[in-house]
Unconditional design. Sequence first.
Length: 385
Amino acid sequence: MDTHNLKEVTNYNYGIEKIFEKAQDFLPINGTDYVELYVGNAKQAAHYYKTAFGFQSLAYAGLETGVKDHVSYVLQQDKIRLVLTTPLLSESPISAHITKHGDGVKVIALWVDDARKAFQETTSRGAEVYFEPMVEKDNDGEVVRAGIRTYGDTVHIFVERKNYKGIFLPGYEKWVSEYDPTPTGLKYIDHMVGNVELGTMNKWAGFYADVMGFANLITFDDKDISTQYTALMSKVMTNGNGRIKFPINEPAKGLKKSQVEEYLDFYEGPGCQHIAVATDDIVYTISQMRKRGVEFLHVPGTYYDTVAERVGDIAEDMAILKALGIMVDRDEEGYLLQIFTKPVEDRPTLFFEIIQRKGARSFGKGNFQALFESIEAEQARRGTL
């Protein structure tokens, strides 16, 4: 793969609109269609995401719908769709994935107008085939899907649904449940972060540039993201309309084991580290999620001593943000508020970020120090630092 032409510019030097212009238009993407997690017990995981995150029941596929080897529960909150899939047999690729990785993201599905064209454009540029374009039909119409492989065992599936009126996909039925807790205000997926091995960040950033036409929105090195003990490097890749953003992280050399190395050890390879979901009212969202049992990283108390000087005036009450552990950062476009959950399963792998953008289109560089200190404190408790 040719990575010499990787478009590596920053929003500070060139302006963010020029970066989006760098992204090629051969692969137009409308947004994230769904994210599928392979999990050990989908029924129980669905209950957790409904209770704790405020997702609603949407669709189901399993033995009752004619599927013999797995079950899938589909949850929705505004524009976010999560698919939770569990195998019914020990001898299956899904079982092997869970045995190796634990619960984690398998599919990042991308909504496109033409799945066949998206497949042809990417595979002709070097993408490895996951599955060829296929048409799935039922009484509500048809969906075209095709898949390619990306880092580790993670895949992208292109979904074309313009001729479909059903609840989710053919083969699924509406999931009717008497238990649907109120939403917590989550709106859409802001970005999804991939962790890859040392020395492979440029390879995968190059994949998104050369194969999928993405541009490099911003690059962070080990001077930007580090403490006295650990560090990482990251390149944020974006598509042309900015709706799909994939930061790619790799570990950097440090005195102790970084969060990326810990992830790679316990996930046993590259994978999706976290899903960032957006809200229009992060104070309400986090207040609700804390009441429902979601655990968040603890932000060092000293963080709030200087944050007001760094970010300037904001609409929110800093005392409330401090009480909830919400961090703030600012760029030339505005400011953002963000907070990170602890891992949502027993392996210290997948977690979620909750983010509210008030104009800012960056990724909270000013919060990295506090975030790393929080993560290192959790690693120390686990004995993995």
